[in-house]
Write a protein that binds this ligand. Structure first.
Ligand code: BGC
Ligand code: NOJ
Length: 808
């Protein structure tokens, strides 16, 4: 069942009923100001940091769901409604929500009145613009009132939700004409304030929540709206809000637009005040001027669209499969950019008050947006590398505002160092900017202890070698990619973190997955050593990788598939010998991606085992059989009910590793089948089962052992976005940058018989026309009329367009 449809030419998903199986959200903002917005207008806004600079309030985990948002109420002779359906939930005669790239448009109609709400963050501004267009579609003149409503958060979202003894006394506002200023704590330590403005004279306003809503009412029936009159309340403490009241009369067929601006302003300390106690509003006024007319809103929307048109033109495909086209051309890269901005901070599953930025997550996210935002990727790499320790290990997370490593989550996740190599390699392949390797980068942000980025990569690589276990496999440390495989944790008490508690510091628990990474990512390090003229280091690296490959085949092989790990006691994890958890997805993907066992047939065997034991109609589960009881020696993975999260959920992040692995063994059918199983556009028809947005990936879909297989959770902020983009664009469609050329190596089944890819790469556009037999054979390339050997289009510095014909 569907709850809407794709509109590809507008690059929008159109939701046609408010009753989606979960709030389906979108993100506003592409620079410093961001908002989350659901199809009913709920969500919140913040400046840069969702925890420390939260503008509007949102209550998590509540019923009803819309506990905070930007709401517009229409009141006409006692009848009142909200065009976004919620929070009033008066029946609408028509409803539509269009989530576009960086904007959302919600239209509701009731009894001949139509209200269209456009929400966006214009480029170049720290503000959300809400344009309300009112249309009289009836044949009588209509006179009614429009009330706006946002509720302010007292900046620190965590404190706001918890420290009531203080913050119920701190709220302060100023009202001047049609602008409501939120200035809590501005008097002391803060130099920032927010405002909510409308470009028309108001009939009244409210800034105190209790006055607007009523103490025992709710947002669905606020006192002021019910009574049709503002109270002109001025908040002192309690809960500051901003509501305008506008009186509107519309002749039949007439239309009227109002522009509301929710802005964030920082004033230099010397310019904070206009006079004692009164904020200096000069910067706010300038922002207000910028959006005082609908034409300015149109221009801003146009600007936003052009921005996305330019970004998305860098990789496009035209094929007969419209779902493939829409994911590759629009939604997958869009989600990648959102993960770049948000990391794992703010979604309807991440509260914005929790996690910082992951060392591992950020490196992987980079794979999905480096071709779109290379300069930002460069900065991100330097930021990440600056938190690395001198021995090559890393803090697991760092804080976006300070860019410092975060000790709360600690370090010792032994896969982290390798991801840095992968991120840097992807950046250099994209840009050819080897200069980044010479950048001087601190260890642990200590400017007295710096080294070149290349040296950081050496430390990453050596960290694996310096931490080998009894079988010669890499030690897992706190955990590897699977942060729920806590082999040194032994947690028996409920109130401690699996990820930071380590009761045993043994050097026995080993990870076959990190070994696979070492063999897959290690060659990139060797290649970079060669490029830097460090041939000795390159040779040593290749020797160590070859050695590791042998170790994996000897100690990491279980007979029919790759083992997952050895635990603290040296027992196998992910083996036939185990009671539960006999086979894991991660080592199968990563070892085959590295080509381990390709010649011996073990790679094929491992992938066949995945098919047999892990594949389901909804995707590939992480492990099988699911753990049915808690294993103290394994940790968090066995704490989840079977079928969820790491305990045999379909963890969509690692499914693409299997897709890529299938292309390594040249089985296009399987690769594409796995792709279609988890890719949102292909499962739009089962939205009632899947529940999450059909235009973006979710982190997890419940697995076959769950009560409701196929039900997804944790949409938007997941490494799934980047990895699926890598899988589809670089391995299925097969176009990927290498150091000195663009590899064209498609691996798709016959159901996609021909397609054209346009890839902008280092200033030149490569237009690649593919004829595909679907048999997974090697490609034959003709570049600008001349055949080339192999699958690499040489780098062309000429700019313009290079034409490539590819026959598979
Ligand atoms: C989750 C993981 C997550 C980890 C670290 C665990 O509870 O299941 O998916 O990576 O916490 O935040
Ligand atoms: C989510 C984390 O963000 C990611 O780093 C991790 O690898 C997965 N969970 C798997 O456990």
């Amino acid at each position: 069942m569907r709850f809407g449809h794709f509109d590809d030419s507008a690059r929008e998903y159109v939701i046609t009923t408010p009753r989606t199986p979960f709030p389906w959200i979108n993100y506003l903002g592409s620079e410093g100001f961001f908002g989350l917005i659901s199809h009913m207008g709920s969500g919140y806004s913040f400046y840069r940091d969702a925890r420390l600079r939260r503008l509007t309030r949102y209550r998590y985990n509540s019923v009803p769901n819309e506990q905070g948002g930007r709401f517009f109420y229409i009141q006409e002779n006692g009848d009142y409604w909200t065009p976004s359906y919620a929070p009033v939930k008066a029946e609408l005669d028509a409803f539509e929500c269009r989530h576009g790239l960086g904007y959302t448009r919600i239209t509701g109609q009731r009894k001949g009145l139509e209200a269209e709400l456009l929400f966006m963050v214009p480029r170049g501004f720290n503000a959300e613009v809400h344009q309300v267009t009112l249309r009289n579609k009836s044949n009588t003149t209509r006179t009614f009132k429009l009330f706006s409503f946002v509720e302010f958060c007292l900046w620190n979202a965590h404190d706001d939700a918890t420290n009531l003894q203080r913050n119920l006394s701190t709220g302060e506002v100023e009202v001047e004409g049609s602008t409501i200023y939120h200035k809590t704590e501005y008097r002391e330590r803060r130099n920032h304030f927010a405002f909510y403005h409308v470009n028309a004279p108001v009939a009244g306003f409210d800034t105190d929540r209790e006055s607007f809503v009523g103490l025992y009412n709710h947002l669905g029936e606020p006192d002021v709206v019910k009574n049709g009159a503002s109270k002109n309340s001025v908040a002192h403490g309690w809960a500051p809000v901003a509501s305008h009241c506008l009186e509107v009369t519309l002749a039949p067929g007439a239309e009227r637009k109002f522009v509301f601006t929710l802005g964030y302003i920082e004033n230099p300390v010397a310019e904070k005040w206009q006079k004692p106690g009164v904020i200096n509003k000069r910067r706010a006024q300038a922002m207000i001027e910028a959006f005082s007319k609908p034409e300015q809103v149109d221009a801003a929307l146009q600007g936003l669209r052009s921005h996305w048109t330019e970004l998305l033109s860098r990789y496009t495909v035209q094929s007969s499969d419209e779902k493939l086209n829409r994911m590759v051309n629009i939604w997958n890269p869009y989600q990648c950019v959102v993960t770049f901005h948000m990391s794992r901070s703010a979604s309807y599953f991440e509260t914005g008050i929790g996690r910082g930025m992951g060392f591992r997550d950020s490196n992987q996210d980079l794979l999905g947006f480096v071709h779109l935002l290379p300069d930002l990727a460069r900065q991100r790499i330097i930021d990440i590398a600056s938190t690395q320790f001198a021995d090559g290990s890393a803090y697991h997370q760092y804080q976006p505002l300070t860019k410092r490593g975060n000790n709360d989550i600690g370090s010792g996740f032994n896969d982290d160092p390798m991801w840095l190599i992968l991120g840097v390699a992807a950046y250099i392949k994209e840009t050819g900017d080897y200069g980044i390797l010479d950048e001087s980068v601190p260890f642990d942000n200590d400017e007295k202890n710096t080294a070149s980025l290349m040296e950081h990569l050496t430390r990453s690589f050596e960290h694996v070698l310096n931490n080998l276990g009894p079988h010669g496999l890499p030690l897992i440390g706190r955990a590897d990619w699977n942060d729920c495989l806590n082999l040194n944790c032994f947690s028996e008490t409920p109130d401690e973190s699996y990820q930071t508690t380590g009761n045993r510091t043994g050097r026995t628990a080993e990870s076959v997955f990190i070994a696979g990474m070492f063999c897959h990512i290690g060659p990139e390090y060797a290649a970079l050593c060669d490029k830097k003229g460090q041939a000795d280091k390159a040779q040593r690296a290749r020797r160590e990788i070859a050695k590791m490959e042998k170790v994996v085949l000897e100690h990491g092989w279980d007979g029919d598939w790759f083992l997952r790990a050895y635990d603290f006691f040296g027992n196998k994890v992910g083996s036939k010998e185990c009671e539960d958890g006999k086979i894991f997805i991660e080592p199968q993907g990563y070892c085959v991606m590295a080509g381990i066992g390709k010649d011996s047939g073990q790679a094929l065997k491992a992938l066949d085992a995945v098919k047999e034991r892990l594949d389901t109609p909804y995707g590939i589960v992480l492990v099988n059989p699911a753990y049915t009881r808690y294993h103290v020696e394994l940790g968090e993975i066995s704490s989840y009910p079977p079928g969820y999260k790491e305990n045999a959920g379909i963890f969509c992040h690692n499914n693409p590793w299997i897709m890529i692995a299938e292309t390594v063994v040249r089985r296009p059918e399987r690769a594409f089948e796995y792709y279609k199983k988890i890719t949102p556009a292909y499962i739009e028809d089962i939205s009632e089962v899947h529940k999450m947005e059909p235009y973006v990936y979710s982190q997890m879909i419940a697995g076959k052992d769950a009560v409701k297989p196929g039900e997804a959770k944790n949409s938007w902020l997941t490494g799934t976005a980047a990895w699926n983009f890598v899988a589809v664009s670089q391995h299925l469609l097969g176009v990927r940058p290498d150091y000195d050329g663009l590899i064209v190596d498609p691996c798709l089944p016959a159901e996609v018989p021909q397609f054209t890819i346009s890839r902008w790469w280092r200033g030149t556009t490569y237009v690649i026309q593919v004829k595909n037999s679907g048999k997974g054979g090697q490609p034959k390339l003709v570049v600008d009329g001349k055949p080339v050997t192999g699958n690499r289009v040489p780098y062309s510095a000429k700019g313009g367009t290079v034409h490539v014909e590819c026959t598979v």
